[in-house]
Ligand binder design. Structure first.
Ligand code: SF4
Ligand code: SF4
Length: 256
């Protein structure tokens, strides 16, 4: 420990933050991602300890320790563009449900250019957005909800009179080959598809489990979206007092 603490003199040389940044410089006239970028800081794979000037910084993880804030601000100062990578950096994530830890999205402390949500961000979406970033283009996320692309969406817009009495299907209900599967909400199982941003290609639903909302709110007006959903569904008494059902990945007060 002592040896480790003596390695560097300055703050950023000794701190491995909970929030992990990837900082890259763009290199012109090459076709492949790795050839078009130079990774200048990425604690997972590189020993570089200084965060230099960079074109793009992708920051992963929420901020839960005030010691991380100076490093975050330094990255902001040195990067032309900063994006929150993953739902913890974008929305605070699961840790923000804690009663004992204050976990904030990075946008609580610095201006950011955008978010790449998901827990983890879906591979295809991440790849497509990275390509846009290195081509110096804006990144755009879907403005539709998960139900828009969900294969179980048929009939979901009808009045949902079924009582929602489960937050997960039983094991025997997870039958991937069953082609007669219906929307989870119609089966009385809570699915956050109606209030969650599309873009993961309905990953969980394909595996027979409902959406828990890791892509985050489809709009900034998350609380209104939740109220609208609650006006359509009827919770059974035993699950209506569960906390954190809607905010598992995204606290209601979101800035980005
Ligand atoms: S509520 Fe869930 S299962 Fe139903 S259509 Fe939307 S995403 Fe699919
Ligand atoms: S279905 Fe929902 S919880 Fe699952 S990966 Fe997609 S957004 Fe995340």
């Amino acid at each position: 420990m002592e040896k480790w603490m003596n390695i560097g003199k300055s703050f950023e040389e000794i701190l491995r933050p909970q929030s992990y940044p990837l900082a890259v410089k763009l290199v012109k006239d090459e076709s492949e991602f790795l050839e078009r970028t130079k990774i200048i800081y990425f604690p997972f794979i590189s020993d570089a300890l200084k965060i230099e000037d960079c074109d793009i910084a992708l920051i992963e993880g929420c901020i839960s320790n005030e010691k991380e804030i100076p490093l975050l601000k330094k990255i902001r100062k040195n990067a032309k563009k900063v994006y929150a990578l993953g739902s913890c950096a974008a929305f605070g994530g699961i840790l923000s449900l804690s009663n004992s830890i204050i976990a904030e999205p990075i946008s609580s402390y610095i201006e950011i250019e955008g978010i790449i949500p998901g827990c983890p961000p879906p591979i295809k979406l991440f790849g497509n957005l990275l390509i846009r970033l290195i081509e110096n283009k804006e990144i755009k996320l879907s403005e539709k909800n998960m139900c828009a692309s969900c294969p179980l969406r048929e009939g979901v817009e009808i009045n949902l009179t079924n009582e929602i009495n489960k937050i997960n299907p039983n094991l025997e209900e997870i039958n991937l080959d069953d082609e007669s599967k219906e929307c989870f909400l119609k089966r009385g199982i809570l699915c956050l598809g109606p209030i969650t941003r599309d873009g993961c290609e309905y990953k969980c639903i394909e595996y027979g489990i409902p959406c828990e909302g890791c892509m985050g709110p489809v709009s900034k007006d998350f609380t209104s979206n939740i109220i609208n959903l609650l006006s359509l569904i009827h919770f059974s008494e035993d699950i209506q007092y569960y906390k954190g059902l809607f905010y598992r990945f995204s606290r209601p007060k979101i800035k980005w």
